[in-house]
Design a protein around this ligand. Structure first.
Ligand code: PLP
Length: 367
């Protein structure tokens, strides 16, 4: 039995995988695979419309917003949003909270000026800056609500009069949000929504009115809005599996129920990290992510030993991001509490084994 703590693409519910497998063989009993049907068929139109409806229902998206399914991952949004909303001679405000926020900043710099309103780089991004000013003349304010690599999360939305743009790739659908607090939300699908290949964009219609320039069609949000995300061939299979996954989420009680489970999973793991004498958490306790838990072994030698120990017991994807080291355990929606229980037991067993070894070594040393 494997416990999949991978950071993305990541675990999906088993029932979703079964349904997706069935549809690959025979979609809705029509005698064709979901991979073979045209996106211009009534069958696929029903899929894309239901997926949009589920996004609206589960996140509480009003008619003031458009729901788009794009390609190119969240990384394409880094430049696309700047292309649409930042012009030369203007500036945008960014909060620098880690790896992905920096990537977003780098891409925006191709299109205009960036003012970094605050950064947590001074402490390796293991906290979220709290006090900063967002300039009132900024074209928009951009931040990342969950820092997938560093393991920090922002639970409140900064107060500002400029449009708020948020990268929610790794915590969308994991907790309740007020969509009205945002002007543009984007998320790569492969963490809490479905397989890789699709990017969700929820954009306020009034923000679309602010686009001043024309640009290449594939970069223009208006083109996708006007064509129901089907200006070109959309990622048909990714959208289909996302629909199945969102149905699963709705059936279990939606985002509020999921949030309760996610809090329980995160608490269980953080409590063990804090209790266990061999490990310590990396993120500031006030800013700990519920989706990506980062920690290290106090004794560096124990890192690879624990990795081997845990791997032998079926734990998958717990190694930290290469540049960060240590461990990063992802607790996305589809991960059951029982997997966290298994990991916690693994940490406890490892501690007992290690402390026993140490005692027998010290006994020998004193003889
Ligand atoms: C994974 C991730 C990205 C990158 O997504 P791609 O789809 O690979 O481009 C960007 N931002 C955050 C917060 C992420 O977790």
């Amino acid at each position: 039995m494997k416990h999949n703590f991978g950071a993305g693409p990541c675990i999906l519910p088993a029932v979703v995988l079964d349904q997706a497998a069935d549809a690959v063989r025979n979609f809705n009993g029509i005698g064709l695979s979901v991979l073979e049907i045209s996106h211009r068929t009534p069958e696929f139109e029903a899929v894309i419309n239901e997926t949009q409806d589920l996004v609206r229902e589960l996140l509480g998206v009003s008619a003031d917003y458009s729901v788009l399914f794009l390609q190119g991952g969240a990384s394409t949004q880094f430049s696309m949003l700047a292309m649409n909303f930042l012009q030369q001679g203007k500036k945008a405000a960014y909060l620098d909270t880690g790896f992905f926020s920096l990537k977003a900043i780098k891409e925006a710099l191709f299109y205009g000026e960036v003012e970094i309103v605050a950064s947590s780089k001074d402490k390796n991004y293991y906290y979220v800056p709290k006090a900063y000013q967002i300039p009132a003349d900024a074209a928009y304010f951009h931040y990342c609500s969950n820092n997938t690599i560093e393991g920090t999360e922002m639970f409140s939305v900064p107060n500002t009069n400029v449009p708020v743009i948020c990268d929610m790739s790794s915590d969308i659908f994991s907790r309740k949000i007020e969509v009205g607090d945002f002007d543009l939300i984007y998320a790569g699908a492969q963490k809490n929504m479905g397989p890789a290949g699709m990017t969700l964009v929820v954009i306020k219609n009034s923000l679309l009115e602010k686009i001043e320039t024309d640009m290449a069609s594939m970069s223009d949000y208006r083109i996708f809005r006007d064509n129901n995300s089907m200006f070109n061939t959309p990622p048909v299979f990714s959208i289909y599996v996302a629909m199945l996954n969102l149905r699963w989420l709705k059936e279990k009680g939606g985002v509020p129920q999921q949030e309760i489970e996610n809090i329980a999973k995160a608490e269980l793991l953080y409590n063990e990290i804090d209790r266990n004498s061999l490990f310590y958490g990396l993120a500031d306790p006030a800013d700990r992510s519920r989706m990506n838990v980062t920690f290290k072994a106090k004794d560096l030698d124990l890192e690879s030993k624990f990795l081997d120990f845990a791997t032998a017991q079926g734990m998958v994807g717990i190694k930290g991001y290469p540049s960060a080291g240590g461990f990063r355990v992802s607790l996305y929606n589809a991960l059951p509490l029982s997997s966290v229980e298994a990991l916690v037991k693994c940490m406890q067993d490892f501690e007992v084994e290690h402390l026993n070894k140490k005692v027998s070594f010290e006994n020998k040393a004193t003889v």
